[in-house]
Write a protein that binds this ligand. Structure first.
Ligand code: AMP
Length: 210
């Protein structure tokens, strides 16, 4: 799944993961876990993430390489937020080739910029289970509390408005070459990311078969 922050990559990857029974592999989630656990990797990634910049390729590629050695990926997997650079896309090809696997599809979710800013600035995440909410567009039943696990909701540091603008600029520059990379390999499917999550899921599922 590729696309700017706020396009719904995480939400859609989770829905697809449930539908197809394959793991969702999110580099953003893995980096945030490393940060919370205060591992050396987490500390290294923190300063990039707090400023809305991409974490260096070798760090992220290392994480994905280790994750794809886990036995649960043999029946398939959904990568969410990776690759974000051409170097990462090339490294992914090499990692998959080592296991005799190939990528089936690259799905790019398109959402207009003004809507992305609105979505990100109101986003709240459950500290315990990672479920996403939006203060006005998709609020929890009780403000500040997760409907699914009663965990506490918080705003990610990189969802502050001044950081959002930088993340979106960064992504506009970085994501286009990755989309091109997969367009050339005939793997790219572009999906309209506006509307309800069910509508978007329907478009993605249709695009996977196309
Ligand atoms: P996300 O949750 O996908 O929006 O990612 C949050 C932050 O983690 C990004 O703004 C980056 O700083 C970092 N990050 C996640 N995935 C990658 C990646 N594939 N390459 C570089 N940085 C990443």
């Amino acid at each position: 799944m590729i696309g700017p922050p706020g396009a719904g990559k995480g939400t859609q990857a989770r829905l697809l993961s449930g539908r197809f029974g394959v793991p969702q592999i999110s580099t953003g989630d893995m980096l945030r876990e490393a940060q919370q656990a205060r591992t050396p990797l987490g500390r290294e990634a923190q300063r990039f993430m707090d400023e809305g910049r991409l974490v260096p390729d070798d760090v992220v590629i290392g994480i994905v390489d280790r994750r794809l050695r886990n036995g649960d990926v043999v029946g398939g997997f959904i990568l969410d937020g990776f690759p974000r650079t051409v170097a990462q896309a090339e490294a992914l090809d090499a990692i998959l080739a080592r296991g005799g696997a190939t990528l089936d599809r690259a799905v790019a979710i398109d959402v207009p910029r003004a809507e992305l800013v609105e979505r990100l600035a109101g986003r709240q995440v459950c500290r315990s289970c990672g479920t996403m909410y939006h203060r006005t567009l998709d609020p929890p039943t009780t403000p500040g509390t997760c409907d699914r696990c009663l965990g506490q909701l918080y705003q990610r540091d990189d969802d502050r408005e001044e950081v959002i603008e930088r993340r979106l600029d960064q992504l506009a520059k970085e994501v286009a070459p990755v989309a091109d990379y997969y367009r050339r390999a005939s793997l790219l499917r572009r999906v309209d990311g506006t509307g309800s999550r069910e509508q978007v899921l329907g478009r993605i599922t249709a695009s996977l078969a196309a």
